[in-house]
Write a protein that binds this ligand. Sequence first.
Ligand code: NAP
Ligand code: GDD
Length: 343
Amino acid sequence: MSKTALVTGITGQDGRHLAELLNEKGYKIYGIVRGQHNPKRRLVEETMPYVNIIEADLIDVSSLTRALTLSDPDEFYNLAAISHVGYSFKDPILTAEVTGKGVLNCLEAIRLAGKEKTTKFYQASTSEMFGGLDYNRPDKGYDEKAIFHPRSPYGVAKLYGHWIATNYRESYDMHISCGILFNHEGEYRGLEFVTRKISNAVARIKLGKQDHLELGNMDAKRDWGYAGDYVEGMWRMLQQEKPDDYVLATGETYTVRHFVELAFKEIGIEIVWEGSGVSEVGKDNDSGKVLVKINPDFYRPAEVDLLLGDPSKAEKVLGWKRKVDFPGLVKKMVEYDLGFEAS
Ligand code: NAP
Ligand code: GDD
């Protein structure tokens, strides 16, 4: 018999990849869409017609309880969050409500609906919880036992979600797994995140629709994978007999600057850097035209300088491994945006 899944965050990047994966696997899928006039509802209807939409909000436990009663899911994937680190500094209280307490609302809704023994729960935890100040495993990367030191209201809220999920697993014997995912990107990535901002700007510059790209800290390093690979890991976590926490990462880390260089290379431009700090610019080596500038508005009050993950446990226990490498990811995103911007 086919399984049923309830997914929060269905309108986001991971929600779309996960819905595609679960649909291929024959799941009946319910997706939560919030708000009265959410333009992304249409996106779900058009691109994922197999998703049954339920109106609910992570800050409203009664709506979540109703969603659980309506869908009666075998698996509940909580992907919803205010997920932009920079934005979380601007709206920290709402971030705490949604990204942090929203997890508790989901878990209480499961209990209120009487499904704590029948519904498996996935919590979208994050490498942002490590923060990067405690370089306790600088060479091997952060694993499931590394020390947490979040550096943003988002990271702090996610850490609450992670620990309340852990607490419910230990207190009520619920099947709850937390995926500690390092950055994952792709063609469905929001334009506010740095990789998609770059791939989209590169495509627009190529098509003559944009003059240059403005960025903040280009020296930050991230462990970047492809989102399509990561949702497979989420699913595998919920297929285990016992719940547990797993890091999903590539085990490689690159600077934002390197992403910029590879992305421009995809359209035949070699970027050369001149100057330093806020005066640094990236120029087209052939024409000398300035294509990249620094805008301090994109700096954050506190930065995570380096993220590098160790996915050994997921590889061993779940048999999970990323398929798309870093150059492959950049290529995929620029190619997609060239088509997206041309149409
Ligand atoms: P995303 O594209 O920003 O999607 C976030 C989703 O949350 C959207 O569907 C959004 O709905 C929904 N949402 C926001 N507030 C809500 C509320 N009050 N009630 C119900 N839904 C709400 O994020 P993503 O990249 O897919 O990431 C999925 C999850 O993984 C997030 O929890 C994120 O924090 C976590 N994560 C992501 C990464 C990564 O690199 N992508 C890494 C680690 C962890 P609207 O469309 O209506 O705004
Ligand atoms: N967004 C953005 N925009 N980031 C910039 C920019 C810019 O113009 N310029 C430089 N950056 C730097 C940020 O300061 C950060 O160091 C890095 O690029 C990555 O930024 P984001 O793409 O916004 O991602 P993130 O690492 O902060 O957070 C993402 O990954 C987390 C997992 O580690 C999000 O998806 C989070 O939801 C996720 O938990």
